[in-house]
Design a binder for this molecule. Structure first.
Ligand code: FAD
Length: 572
């Protein structure tokens, strides 16, 4: 391969997700010269398409209602001894500084007064019933990014209104749930979008950036203000280690080699390996496919892991992912394209249940998406009849509630759906028995499951899996439904089914790191000059997913830590 360029910086950041960009900005602010390289032709990675939420225990807005001791107790319980206490403590100590640092950069986070997201394991000691998850405020005008606006990886259409109008998480939830004031919010966002006439003539893309796009847009602006270079279409292929110390990387740019020296360190921030079939099959416990993942196609293929292993790094949690059930939806814009959508909350609406291919329930459907994924794995190991499994619902669910990209039937009835969706993506039958035969479930067992479930719905008590039995469950569902807001009979024809695959929001195994984000070798010794963060590193959360925002929160916290260490600053 021809070497076209040799560059010299203090720090090379590999990957332009939230953690990577924040670490570059922090390195700059501490007096270093960083560069970010990005393999794709878009920056932002999965972070850009995410909800942008961050899990920050003991954050300032909790005003003392949380404490470092409680947060540490919770994390220790979640991670079950798999993560050293020093690393958990570092997260607890430093994550609360991230919202303040982001604010200095122009990106604002807040705790929403109503959307109070409980922790995902409410039964564990130290869990919080509200407030550790923080949301990002929208960026009103993304066009301040100039030429960088269209290079930003766009939010997925299902996170926008009608696939195009930006809403933040609270606006989206308010409109979807028809909570007080929803019409006003809807009118405001639609008016802002359509009255932006000059920009509308140019593009359908909203200049207002929300959720993950607001975070990444804000970080990109902070980088531009500081003249920090971000090179697209430049993928790291190797790490250079010279006399023990990592001194730089080699990257590929359009088939040609770029050598970048980094005197103060290389920060691996290039995401997980969820888009590589080969690495999935090598490391994950059961066979899963990249196409089930909800992350952007192709880029996160474990390049950092492979390069780090090659120079002697140790690795951990390689069989773990941030699991989430996903559905595969044909795109309305391009019917031959399939989109994978994670089901974060829909499993909690009443008049629905999930069954394996034996027609049996296997978990509390409205546990967190990560726990649901783990339940699919467990059930599949035991029965061989999960992955895929099925979400079953009735006409009442279909009329009232959204499901991934599918708006409620009261807004978009079945007759307005592309006809090819019926019985390929959305299976439908006038009877439960008919539905069972369409999707290949054993009829008797399935009918018995639904009958038993409907009995629980009548009393409001799920005797099998305690659906609705904790504060996390009760955050979801339909507040106007009783006696249990997440539990309703599946009784009204027609009946529906969608296939659930074991998807993910990224893998979370990678080079083993210490509490300073230093990569360790197989003897547990620091490899000088090499840092790993986010999904490119073995996760600080081990096999757990403590709460909404724990992935982006951890990526940015350890990005901040890595940059601070690269600058050899002794205080945070
Ligand atoms: P990424 O953000 O994926 O960034 C990695 C970047 O590295 C990519 O741009 C990639 O192209 C680039 N790259 C890969 N290989 C190379 C290479 N060799 N050289 C250079 N660059 C390379 N988590 C939360 O905490 N809160 C949420 O609200 C949330 N919502 C989500 C919603 C959805 C729909 C999805 C799919 C995920 C969500 N997640 C959320 C999960 C979260 O987005 C990811 O786990 C997280 O963003 C991963 O961050 P990262 O920086 O490790 O990787």
């Amino acid at each position: 391969m021809q070497v076209i360029e040799k560059l010299t910086y203090d720090v090379v950041v590999v990957g332009s997700g939230a953690g990577g960009m924040l670490s570059a900005i922090r390195a700059h602010d501490l007096g270093l010269r960083p560069i970010v390289i990005e393999k794709s032709d878009r920056y932002g990675g999965t972070s850009a398409v995410s909800g942008g939420a961050i899990w920050i225990p003991n954050n300032e807005e909790l005003n003392g209602a949380d404490s470092p001791e409680k947060a540490l107790e919770y994390l220790k319980s979640c991670t079950e001894g798999a993560v050293p206490e020093a690393k958990l403590s570092r997260y607890v100590e430093l994550s609360p500084t991230i919202p303040a640092y982001l604010k200095e950069l122009g990106v604002e986070y807040y705790v929403h007064p109503q959307m109070t997201y409980p922790d995902y394991y409410p039964w564990k000691p130290g869990s919080a019933p509200r407030g550790r998850t923080m949301f990002v405020r929208p960026m009103a005008d993304g066009t301040v990014l100039g030429d960088h606006f269209f290079q930003l990886r766009e939010s997925y259409p299902e996170f926008k209104l009608f696939g195009r109008v930006t809403v933040d998480l609270s606006e989206g939830a308010q409109i979807a749930g028809k909570y007080p004031g929803w019409q006003k919010t809807l009118a405001r966002v639609l008016f802002n979008y359509w009255s932006d006439l000059g920009w509308r003539r140019k593009t359908r893309r909203d200049r207002r950036l929300g959720i993950g796009n607001a975070l990444i847009g804000g970080l990109r602006k902070a980088m531009a203000d500081r003249d920090i270079p971000l090179r697209l279409n430049t993928g790291m292929t190797r790490i250079v280690r010279d006399g023990g110390r990592v001194t730089g990387i080699i990257a590929d740019h359009d088939g040609q080699e770029v050598h970048i020296d980094a005197s103060r360190g290389v920060i691996l921030a290039s995401g997980g390996f969820e888009q590589s079939s080969e690495l999935r099959h090598r490391y994950l416990d059961q066979k899963t496919e990249p196409r089930w993942s909800a992350t952007p196609r192709d880029n996160n293929r474990g390049d950092a892991l492979l390069a780090a292993l090659e120079i002697g790094a140790d690795a951990e949690f390689l069989n773990e992912a941030w699991w989430a059930p996903t559905i595969t939806v044909p795109s309305t814009n391009a019917p031959n394209t399939l989109r994978n959508i994670a089901l974060f909350y829909e499993r909690g609406f009443p008049h629905s249940l999930a069954v394996n291919r034996l027609g049996k329930r296997f978990t509390n459907e409205i546990c967190s998406y990560h726990q649901f994924g783990q339940a699919m794995l467990r059930d599949n190991a035991a029965t061989g009849a999960n992955m895929p499994c099925w979400l079953i619902f009735d006409a009442e669910f279909r009329a009232k509630y959204p499901l991934g990209a599918l708006l409620p039937g009261s807004v978009v009835p079945d007759r307005k759906l592309p006809p090819e969706w019926i019985d390929s993506f959305l299976y439908r039958s006038e009877s439960l028995a008919g539905l069972a035969s369409k999707i290949g479930l054993p009829k008797e067992d399935f009918l018995a499951t639904v009958e038993r479930f409907n009995g629980f719905a009548a009393t409001g008590v799920d005797e099998e899996f305690d659906r609705g039995g904790n504060v996390y469950n009760q955050y979801f569902g339909d507040p106007s439904h009783g006696p249990n807001r997440v539990l309703g009979a599946v009784a009204k024809a027609p009946f529906y089914a969608v296939r659930l695959d074991l998807g993910d929001l990224g893998t979370k195994g990678g080079p083993k790191t210490d509490e300073n984000a230093n990569v360790l070798d197989k003897e547990g010794t620091v490899i000088p000059g090499l840092y790993a963060i986010g999904n490119a590193a073995g996760s600080v959360m081990g096999g757990a997913y403590p709460g909404a925002g724990a992935t982006v929160g951890a990526a940015m916290t350890f990005g901040y830590i890595a940059a601070t260490n690269a600058a050899r600053v002794n205080s945070w």
